[in-house]
Design a protein around this ligand. Structure first.
Ligand SMILES: [Zn+2]
Ligand SMILES: [Zn+2]
Length: 326
């Protein structure tokens, strides 16, 4: 190599370092074994999965000292950080909760029949833009058909740009039409994880909410237990896959709670039960054996996931949940 060649290779090395230290600089480097870099920190995970269990009440979840409905989650909790006082501050409905989780912004949906998308681009759009990866690297897999609306945004700077929209499988048979079963949703999520190995996935299971609305207490408790088993199944599937084992952070949370007292069937106001959710985080970047009983809210999930993926999320109003990061 001549002097000019050495100069070029040195320049390339310097530029490479600059790129790696820049925000999101390593987000798209699929061949690299290093984690994402953000704020001068390098994270271990290459992948993030968010699991939303729709609408359980915390008095039957972490608020129950026996944790009778969530034995699997209770067994996983010592491996991660549990924010048992996690809150949603606003509009305790499914779309609003999921929008808060993905965009870091609280917003109301007055009429879902208008096919309203979130007002802001969220972690999926920013991840696909920053990484340049194919849409099959980012998935929303949901039992509720309406969550297909999360795939796009009303923000005109992003709206309709297919390359920045996650792949969708929502509702019955993934057709964004009628609601599907959680068993089918989990089976599809596991199939996608095995085949596409996406870096970012949202899985949303509707059974706790649907069973509670149907009004039979025993069915609601059974739905909580089924969701608990699904959560463990997803975590175990990640640990059994060499692409994901040790390289994946999992966030398990809820879009909203339910009314306190006798009226467990409904939700949607700002009572303590409706606003109380929880967050259990697991993975190589997450502190183990930590339980914090207050602090954190739904709009904090997006900035925290963005940080782990090496992204900036300029519209998000939440904060980085630094208390759960190593
Ligand atoms: Zn509901
Ligand atoms: Zn309420």
């Amino acid at each position: 190599m001549g002097r000019f060649g050495k100069f070029l290779s040195g320049l390339a090395a310097v530029l490479g370092l600059l790129a790696a230290s820049a925000c999101g600089g390593s987000g798209g480097s699929g061949s690299s074994s290093a984690g994402y870099v953000h704020s001068g920190r390098t994270y271990q995970a290459r992948n993030v999965v968010i699991l939303v269990l729709d609408g359980p009440r915390q008095s039957e979840m972490w608020g129950d000292p026996t944790r009778a409905c969530i034995p699997n989650l209770a067994a996983l909790a010592p491996s991660g950080t549990l924010l048992s006082g996690f809150q949603t501050a606003h509009h305790t409905y499914t779309m609003a909760g999921h929008t808060a989780i993905l965009t870091g912004v609280y917003q109301e949906y007055l009429n879902l029949s208008t096919n309203q998308h979130p007002d802001h681009a969220g972690i999926f759009q920013h991840f696909l833009q920053a990484s340049g990866l194919d849409r099959n690297q980012a998935w929303i897999v949901s039992s509720k058909d309406t969550l297909a609306l999360l795939g796009d945004t009303e923000d005109t700077a992003w709206r309709g740009k297919d390359q920045y929209q996650p792949s969708l499988w929502c509702g019955l048979d993934g057709q964004a039409f009628e609601n599907g079963t959680d068993s089918a949703t989990v089976a599809k999520a596991e199939a996608i994880l095995s085949s596409d190995h996406p870096r970012l996935m949202l899985i949303s299971l509707r059974q706790p909410d649907s069973a509670a609305h149907a009004g039979v207490w025993a069915d609601y408790l059974a739905a909580l237990k089924a969701s608990d088993a699904h959560a463990a199944e997803i975590w175990n599937a990640l640990q059994a896959d060499p692409v994901y084992a040790g390289r994946t952070d999992l966030f398990i949370t809820h879009d909203h709670g339910r009314h306190d007292g006798e009226n467990f069937t409904q939700h949607g106001d700002d009572c303590a039960g409706c606003r109380h959710v929880a967050l259990l985080a697991l993975g190589p970047d997450i502190k183990a054996g930590v339980e914090i009983s207050s602090g954190g809210e739904l709009i904090d999930v997006a900035p925290t996931v963005a940080e782990l993926l090496g992204l900036d999320l300029p519209d998000a109003r939440g904060r980085l949940l630094s208390e759960l990061l190593k």
